[in-house]
Design a protein around this ligand. Structure first.
Ligand code: NI
Length: 137
């Protein structure tokens, strides 16, 4: 029997989507407003879902206090109120799209869960209507 538990979190961050090896015109055509050279911000909403067996002793899949602390340390402290392109090392050479941010968050959280058998899924909302998910596949 597998049960999924989820915790929501939030961070604000700035980014610019572009490729250095493309002209401004091509970046503008592909990335639109997200190619603004002066950056722009998003209110990112994050859902971290952990799937596993219910522990017989505790009745938990994972202690939510532990999950909360992992999200705070690995994501909120690292990304909140940051310029992703300039201040977060993972995006020095990686375009900070919602897709890539979700993968980076997955890779930061997964090793901290402690139990490799636990499944992890990251859902990241860049706007209330646009969201991506990644579960390590
Ligand atoms: Ni954007």
């Amino acid at each position: 029997m597998k049960v999924t538990v989820s915790r929501k979190a939030h961070f604000n961050a700035a980014h610019r989507l572009y490729r250095k090896d493309w002209s401004f015109e091509k970046n503008d055509a592909v990335f639109g407003k997200c190619n603004n050279p002066n950056f722009h911000g998003h209110n990112y909403e994050l859902i971290v879902s952990v799937t596993g067996d219910i522990d017989e002793e505790t009745g938990y899949v994972i202690d939510m206090k532990v999950l909360k602390d992992i999200i705070k340390t690995k994501v909120e402290d690292a990304f909140d109120h940051k310029n992703l392109n300039l201040e977060v090392p993972e995006f020095k050479t990686l375009n900070p799209t919602a897709e890539n941010i979700a993968v980076v968050i997955f890779n930061k959280i997964k090793p901290s869960l402690g139990n490799p058998k636990l499944g992890l899924e990251i859902t990241l909302y860049e706007t209330p209507r646009n969201f991506v998910s990644y579960s390590g596949k």
